[in-house]
Every structure is written in structure tokens, then in C-alpha cells.
Design a protein around this ligand. Sequence first.
Ligand SMILES: [Zn+2]
Length: 80
Amino acid sequence: MKSYKKITETTEKNVVDKIYCNRCKKDMGNFEHEYEGGNVEVDPVYGSKRDGELYTLDLCDNCINWFFEQLTLVPKITYL
Ligand SMILES: [Zn+2]
């Protein structure tokens, strides 16, 4: 027979502390879904020089505009 007692355990987990723009280093706060800006995900396809790597960039609103200004062709846009 086993007898049981209650114990309190503490666990550690990673939470977002700060979000910085990857381009200009602007502090965008710490609320993952409540900042002005967004993120860009790049998943190089099989056979490319960066195959097997996944990039996620956080960009402030100004740098998102800068990012799109660098493109010479309009990317696919999905309106949510
Ligand atoms: Zn920025």
C-alpha cells in the first residue's frame, strides 16, 4: 500500500520577455500578438543553399514597410 501526501512543485518555462525588431532592434514590447509589426518566416526549399533551416524574423511596422519596398515583384497577399 502506498500513502500519498500533497506537494507543491514549481516548473520553469520560457515566456516572451521582449520582442525586438530584427532589423532596427526596436523594442516592440512583450505581447506576442499585440505589437505593431509582424513576423516573416522563410523556409528555404529542398536543394537550396539554406535547405533545412527555418528563419523567423520579427519586424516593427516601419521595417515591414522597408521589407516590402525591397521587393521588385508583388508577393502573394492573403487578406485575413
Ligand atoms: Zn524595425
